[in-house]
Design a protein around this ligand. Structure first.
Ligand code: UGY
Ligand code: MN
Length: 251
């Protein structure tokens, strides 16, 4: 433990902040525990119904040969480090898998790995089948500039198909780039900072954030980001998507 960490821990300080409509979860506050079915692996649960989220997001840290348990609902996996065997295929850093509910398959780490895991109860559309199993590679996704801003590149990782009830995107900001406006929307977000740093506005608070930090934004949480530093800032962001606001009430 270095000097700075030591002081941080001993005086009870953290950059983390848990509010009604948002959570900043920083690595100094992470707690690891195995979920049912996990072997040689542990989960850092960042977002869950227990704090008001309608989905679950955790980082799985897996030893070589480690496994995940069964998914609850549909599941999205994005490999941060290492490589997995999932659904009979190899999935390495920057690659990802979506599988629909009730079609889970074994996930094992081919080497020590860190993986983003997002799970959600699937909201079906009337007369439409759920999406099929989907494998993707971020390197093959063509970016577009948000509202034409070429300093802010968005990569939509899942197909533009309304059968999907959530989206997962990466957003890469050149230093100095910002969201064009403070957003306030019904969708919630789970966000993992993958690179760089910046300032996140959440509600009426402003937080310095950097790679490794997680943020949950509840519905209607005011949000804005500006990238700081000399290298691009990048995050992976979940949002519920493609459903009527009354859909979760069975409408
Ligand atoms: O897709 C989004 O809502 C995204 N622009 N939000 C965000 O980056 N906080
Ligand atoms: Mn948003």
């Amino acid at each position: 433990m270095d000097w700075e960490q030591n002081v941080m821990h001993h005086i009870g300080n953290t950059r983390s902040s848990s509010k009604r409509d948002h959570l900043l979860h920083t690595p100094d506050a992470f707690v690891r525990a195995a979920l049912p079915g996990m072997q040689k692996a542990a989960a850092i649960v960042h977002a869950a119904p227990a704090m008001g989220a309608a989905f679950t997001q955790y980082t799985a840290e897996m030893e070589q040969g480690g496994t995940l348990g069964q998914a609850s609902g549909s599941r999205f996996l994005y490999v941060l480090e290492g490589s997995l065997r999932a659904g009979g295929r190899g999935v390495t850093a920057g690659q990802y898998v979506y599988h629909p509910p009730d079609s889970g398959f074994a996930v094992a780490a081919a080497q020590p790995s860190r993986v983003v895991v997002i799970e959600k109860d699937y909201l079906a559309l009337p007369q439409q089948d759920p999406p099929k199993l989907f494998f993707g590679d971020e390197a093959n996704v063509t970016p577009y500039g948000l509202e034409g801003d070429t300093w802010l590149n968005v990569r939509q990782l899942l197909p533009a198909d309304q059968a999907f009830d959530f989206a997962v995107n990466t957003m890469t900001y050149q230093p100095g780039a910002t969201l064009p406006n403070v957003e306030i929307h019904v969708m919630e977000h789970g966000l993992l900072m993958l690179a760089g740093s910046g300032i996140y506005r959440l509600g009426d608070d402003w937080y310095p954030v950097s790679a490794g930090d997680f943020i949950w934004m509840g519905p209607y949480c005011p949000q804005w980001f500006g990238a700081l530093g000399k290298t691009p800032a990048k995050y992976l962001i979940y949002k519920d998507w493609n459903r009527h606001p009354l859909a979760s009430r069975g409408k």
